[in-house]
Write a protein that binds this ligand. Structure first.
Ligand SMILES: [Zn+2]
Length: 256
């Protein structure tokens, strides 16, 4: 899991909603997972606290998508749920986040819901994008950093999506496989190779260094993971690109 967004704190360590709220010292609202909700989310006030109600499948959403949901609630809570009282830049940020959450609900959530892909060999055969072939980049990184030991299916996320993530899928004979989804943001002629390699390397590390801890306190980006992440030879360049050029590129992809 890794992404671009200015509203995302990249120094994260735990990925449940409770832990994200705890780490941000956010006490003004809580997040409730609602299994009847599938296509929308909302925030309401109950007594002195705000409650964000979100579809239960968000529990399995990538870390960055959960952060986006929390940032959405934070913006609205800061104006006591009044959109008209928000400053223009907050309104823009809010609508960007909403687009991201819709993209998740329409597209990637489907895979999380099912986690079952009958014939992954066929389904994920095409790895070509506009500029890069994910398979070619994966093989290079696998050779350079992982002694060719990793295996994973690869696919591009939806156009303009900003979240990349690793997940596990099951095929028709109940065998499990890794699947890496790379955000649509990286599938653009203006994306430099080091940026794509940075995010792909990050997702490959999730395979090589699985989460530590139990289901409740799952630590996805643990210390060992963070140390290995910095071994990527363009790490700083990639991080700078995320903070500067990526946001511009995303705006371009959204508006034209
Ligand atoms: Zn990650």
């Amino acid at each position: 899991m890794q992404t671009t967004l200015p509203f995302i704190n990249t120094d994260h360590s735990c990925d449940s909603f409770e832990m994200i709220l705890f780490n941000r010292n956010e006490k003004r609202f809580t997040v409730e997972l609602n299994s009847r909700m599938t296509k929308s989310w909302r925030i309401t006030k109950r007594g002195s606290i705000y409650i964000a109600s979100v579809p239960a499948l968000f529990n399995d959403a990538p870390f960055e998508t959960k952060c986006a949901m929390i940032r959405w609630a934070e913006i609205l809570v800061s104006s006591h749920l009044s959109r008209s009282k928000l400053k223009q830049e907050c309104r823009t940020e809010l609508s960007d986040i909403e687009k991201e959450l819709w993209t998740f609900l329409k597209g990637d959530a489907e895979l999380i819901r099912m986690r079952q892909v009958h014939q992954p060999d066929k389904h994920f055969r095409h790895t070509f994008g506009l500029k890069f072939d994910l398979k070619v980049q994966f093989d290079q990184l696998n050779d350079r950093y992982f002694e060719d030991q990793l295996k994973s299916f690869l696919r591009w996320g939806q156009h303009g999506s900003r979240t990349s993530y690793h997940t596990i899928i099951t095929d028709e004979s109940k065998e499990q496989h890794h699947l890496i989804t790379i955000a649509g943001l990286y599938n653009h002629p203006a994306t430099p190779e080091f940026a794509l390699n940075g995010v792909l390397y990050h997702e490959m590390l999730h395979i090589a260094y699985p989460p530590k801890g139990g289901i409740i306190r799952r630590n996805v980006h643990h210390r060992e993971f963070r140390q290995r992440e910095k071994e990527f030879h363009h790490f700083d360049k990639w991080q700078t690109w995320l903070r500067t050029d990526a946001a511009k590129l995303l705006r371009q992809m959204r508006h034209g």
